[in-house]
Design a protein around this ligand. Structure first.
Ligand code: P6P
Length: 344
């Protein structure tokens, strides 16, 4: 009797299988997810050629056909927005690349119920040095009921997300997403051009031995964060310290490694960046939704990220996220000092 291999589950098949889990049974949210995956494949193809661009014409110049060679983050932005428009289910997009949100008012999207917030190519400055980069996205139901979307459709708290995910363009390209029923990772098989289920039901360890922070900002951190980082560096066998500092400078790459190994990522407020650096709508909220689905936590230091009420499209917030026990301890250090300062 022939032995049959374990079936390959493609992202498309998985979305259809899981449609029943979620009230996107009508297929609208499925189509948005499939369009995002399609655009990710186009971006992946260009990112992988990035090193060759100099031969083909430096990015931002014109190529032999006289076409402008787009910067890759602009290229990525264009491809994700075009894919969302052609999917017919997206009423508007807020992108890191665009100062204002983009209403989608085509006939095809006239009944669209969803809006998407996206960082099309986060960490793009790392492309030239061949470091992993990523796409981060969040999907919400629109709150306005007809006509063109308004800013209110985008200034929703992270708890209202119906889906979130990231793509990491690394040694392999993966798409990891959640619709609130667990977290699943798919690895692109270039030989068949399909994202295939490779990391079912992802969970992050409750603790780890890795902390990710830009140590160069140490002197500008709040005292409580400095105290926590010093704690990570102390020698203590019982808690497997000192921890290792792993910081790639590409949030998706640091986040993805820490989800798998356990760890904590910190981008706190500093004297030079009083609100932190990472953006609430299309970086912190989707990563917070994802990490919570994996059993981890995400906070500003004083508030659960998903409960922050957005005030501006490109709002920055301080971010501490990762393994639950590590986040809890970092917050304890942070609050202890804040309370001392308050008592002074
Ligand atoms: P810094 C990339 O520019 C990014 O937005 C994130 O991907 C990354 O985590 C962070 O900035 C790095 O910032 O200030 O440490 O270089």
């Amino acid at each position: 009797m022939a032995e049959f291999k374990k079936e390959i589950v493609t992202l498309s098949e998985f979305i259809i299988q899981r449609q029943a889990d979620f009230n996107y049974a009508k297929g609208e949210l499925s189509r948005i997810l499939r369009q995002i995956a399609f655009a990710a494949k186009l971006v992946n193809r260009e990112v992988n050629k990035a090193g060759l661009v100099d031969i083909l014409g430096a990015v931002g110049s014109t190529n032999v056909q006289g076409e402008t060679v787009q910067k890759l983050d602009e290229f990525a932005n264009t491809k994700f927005i075009e894919a969302l428009i052609s999917g017919g289910e997206c009423a508007g997009v807020a992108s890191e690349e665009n100062e204002e949100f983009i209403p989608i008012n085509t006939d095809l999207n006239s009944n669209a119920k969803y809006v998407v917030m996206i960082d099309p190519l986060d960490g793009s400055s790392n492309i030239d040095v061949n470091v992993s980069i990523g796409t981060i996205f969040a999907v919400y139901r629109r709150v306005t009921t007809s006509g063109s979307v308004t800013e209110a459709d985008f200034l929703q708290p992270g708890t209202k997300q119906v889906a979130a995910g990231y793509v990491i363009y690394g040694s392999s390209t993966m798409l990891v997403y959640t619709t609130g029923n667990g977290l699943n990772g798919f690895t692109l098989d270039p030989s068949i051009g399909e994202f295939c289920l490779s990391h079912p039901d992802m969970k992050t360890p409750s603790t780890g031995k890795v902390y990710s922070v830009n140590q160069g900002n140490f002197l500008h951190f709040p005292q409580g964060i400095k105290d926590y980082i010093k704690w990570c560096q102390e020698i203590d066998k019982s808690t497997k310290r000192p921890y290792s500092l792993r910081y790639i400078g590409s949030a998706v790459a640091d986040f993805h490694r820490n989800i798998l190994t356990g760890g904590i990522f910190l981008y706190p407020a500093t004297t030079t960046a009083p609100k932190g650096k990472l953006r609430l709508l299309y970086e912190c909220n989707p990563l917070a939704f994802i990490i919570e689905q994996a059993g981890g936590k995400a906070t500003t230091g004083t508030q659960r990220i998903l409960e922050v009420m957005p005030e501006k499209l490109h709002q920055r917030v301080p971010l501490i996220l990762g393994s639950s026990e590590m986040v809890d301890l970092a917050v304890k250090f942070y609050k202890e000092h804040e309370e001392k300062v308050a008592q002074v």
